[in-house]
Ligand binder design. Sequence first.
Ligand code: UD1
Length: 370
Amino acid sequence: MARVLITGGAGFIGSHAASALLSAGYEVGLLDNLAPQVHGTERHRPSYLNRDAELIVGDITDSLAVERALRGADMVLHLASCVGVGQSMYDIAAYVRTNELGTAVLLEALSRRPVERLVVASSMSIYGEGLCRSIDGLTLAPAERPVAQLKQSQWELTDEQGRLLDPIPTPETKQPTLSSIYALNKYAQERMCLIMGKAYGIPVLALRFFNVFGPHQALSNPYTGVLAIFAARLLNKRRPLVFEDGLQRRDFVHVQDVARACLLALESRHGDDVFNVGSGQSRTIQSVACDLARVMGRPDLTPDITGKYRAGDIRHCFADIEKGRGVLGFEPQVAFDDGLDELAGYLADQIAEDRAEKATEELLQRGLVA
Ligand code: UD1
């Protein structure tokens, strides 16, 4: 039986990937430092983790722990990362240490003890703004919106003549535009893995995850994705706080589809490439706030459209998933509404500490929300 090591395996995506791999007949080892921001100060083995997965508690930057975790592994799924875009803009050393040095430590260990395949989690954050179409039908890669524009609450992307741009799906060929330390880290991770994989003959695939949602997302982690943040507020009977005008678009992909994409990438014969992992559909943040409130039985808690903005936020990005469909056979299977219903069932048993306001305060103090 082949063994897969999942770094960051006790987290949200790792736990689902572990279950998918175990169901497909793999042995699974998880290396995780049980970071308090995600797992709480007691740092117990999470109850949602599949019992058949072996948990090795250790840090990705600790070469001895990584070597121990790699024993017997045939393949590696590298998910261990700090994942908050906002937090990456002030906890810079911690982000670079875990995300870049951690990947370096893993790759050094793999250079001594190669595996058959390495799959690394990258992110849509590397794209910056997604692709757009101009009124003349031209495909454009818009630049970041200037702060002066955001200060005037002019949220939409426009061309040089001030005409509105229409967002379109973003394929893997779009050039990266790195506008946060996190995005820089993720791009470094995927490039480091691809470069070292080529040098040591290890086939590498980097998966660029879009906005992943589903059960096990850490509700107490204020730097997690927007759906978990909204859920924590709704559980505390508070209205979701929406930045800008709420009409920014994202691609919400269910975590089970992401876990399936990881399995397909590990089982593929294809190497040295990057793939988007999204649903291929776009939704506005305002609409998902309303949808979540409805499935949680609180349609009265309508979104609070704040008109504030977060530094480094992009306006629109959603995935073109044709490449993954063709090469990996990746087809998202969980419909958004079904995923939300399931999330509501999971949330019904959760007590969430709503720390999002504190996190927004922290960003405000640093001038990262205005
Ligand atoms: C970012 C990263 C993505 C990463 C994800 C989770 C980019 C382009 N993408 O996505 O790679 O996986 O974070 O760390 O940087 N929002 C609100 N209210 C809130 C929180 C968020 O309105 O309380 C809005 C944001 O302004 C944004 C949207 O919701 O427009 C999505 O935010 P978020 O879930 O943080 O993810 P992204 O910024 O899309």
